[in-house]
Ligand binder design. Sequence first.
Ligand code: MSP
Length: 537
Amino acid sequence: MDAGDVAAEGKAFYVTTPIYYVNDAPHIGHAYTTTAGDVLTRWHRQCGESVWFLTGVDEHGTKVQRAAQAGGVTPQEWVDRLVGESWLPVLETIDAANDDFIRTTSTRHVQAVQRFWEVVRDNGYVYAAPYEGPYCVGCEEFKLSGDLVPGEGDYAGEQVCPVHGRPVEQVAEDNWFFRLSAFGDRLIAHYEADPDAIQPASAYNEVMSFLRQGLVDISMSRSSVAWGIPLPWDDRQVVYVWFDALLNYATAVGYGAPAGSQQAERFASTWPADVHLVGKDILRFHAVYWPAMLMAAGLDLPRKVFAHGWLLVGGEKMSKSKLTGIAPSQIIDHFGSDAFRYYFMRAIAFGQDGSFSWEDMSARYTSELANGLGNLASRATAMVGRYREGSLPAPEALLPAEHSLVELLGRVAPQADARMRALDFAGGIAEIRGLVEAVNVYVTETEPWALAKDPAQASRLDTVLYTVCECLRAIAVLYHPVMPKAMRTLWSELGAEATLGPIADQRIDDVARWGQLPAGAGVTKGDALFPRLEDPA
Ligand code: MSP
């Protein structure tokens, strides 16, 4: 679908992150998903589409309840403190431009969750039954027999959760069940007709094989848990935390709001989600349970669930419970938010696992950002200052060297667009980086510093300086979704802010049109966009 269709349909491009458990403070694994969503939505916004980007926190359940208990406060005090001190501030730290932030303890969510389950119960998909079986509090998940693996070390001889490496708890309680088994065939048919609805292909295959084994009904409530949303028809039980949390995607945009209200209009113009970004550990919830819930309530299904890989430490999923979590600020205080965003989107193929290392990040920062893009920007702005008193000269006739850059830009823009839309962030960045490298080569080969020494070459120098700055204009626009702060700075150094308006308003679908930066624009050289850094202590 192109931007025109979206506008005609009046449907916003709606992207979500998982809502994160507030048992602890965020680490870079959480920031990774939010960054990906932010890059994707900023990209679509700059294509002129109407966009809605949602993130938030998952506040109920045993895991949070126990963390609060261990901290000696009530669950509500615990979540209020962590959300205020850690989860909201981290969005600023990573420079996320989310449109909304949903908390599952908020009234708008609680009321809509109760309404939703009443609808599903009225539709005949909820019944009372006892549950007995394994439950992993780390995953907040009822485990099936095939889910557990043999433990190692302290847990040798026991069956453990494959994600947390710890034994699960045995639960026996009266529950209300969701008739998940009624939806297996419909889900298979849905995904066979639309294989792109689950990406990457490995995730699609995993879900299909799970579905083909047959679905069993699953508890939608808990009677032994107090910290949750009470069932409207049985206040001795709370909604099972996942069947509360998944609904955030609908409640945040107005599901259940009174007809005619602003929130109801939001729902009409936003639903269904275009992309649910999730870590691969929570794929089953999003690609099996969630669409089954929606079918049971008669709502449209999300268009895509994309399962990305894990940030690993020592070959294992980074996690606070294993004490391997790195806070985003530990990296951002040193490298800045732009380099953080760039690094994680560029160095790890989205959909695959990846490891973070200071050495790798430092090396890429220095070669690609400080020496590559940063150096190009400072050379270009300095030369316009030195040779043309800071006023962008008008270009004379373009020679083959310029034509090939114009053509390259003409190819890079649509290719980067295709890659970013496909959530291949590393591929999109590689396209833009290719342009940066080509412009650097152009500067080396045209030698503007030599042209400046020969008055007969004045108009040739004008053309070279213009070409470099015009390419930087395009690079700034294309990189803005990835590195908003640094590209805003570059934009104003190029004199583009004063002549073309705010960078966020620049259209990616128009970026390749040559000659947008007007001659006479005031070009200034500021501080280095990516200053050289000392090694982290
Ligand atoms: N609360 C649930 C999600 C409910 S969504 C309706 C949950 N929360 S979580 O805090 O445990 O993690 C959620 C997400 O954080 C993961 O899906 C993933 O997006 C991100 N990550 C957490 N650890 C991660 C890594 N080590 N690596 C990459 N992403 C990770 O599950």
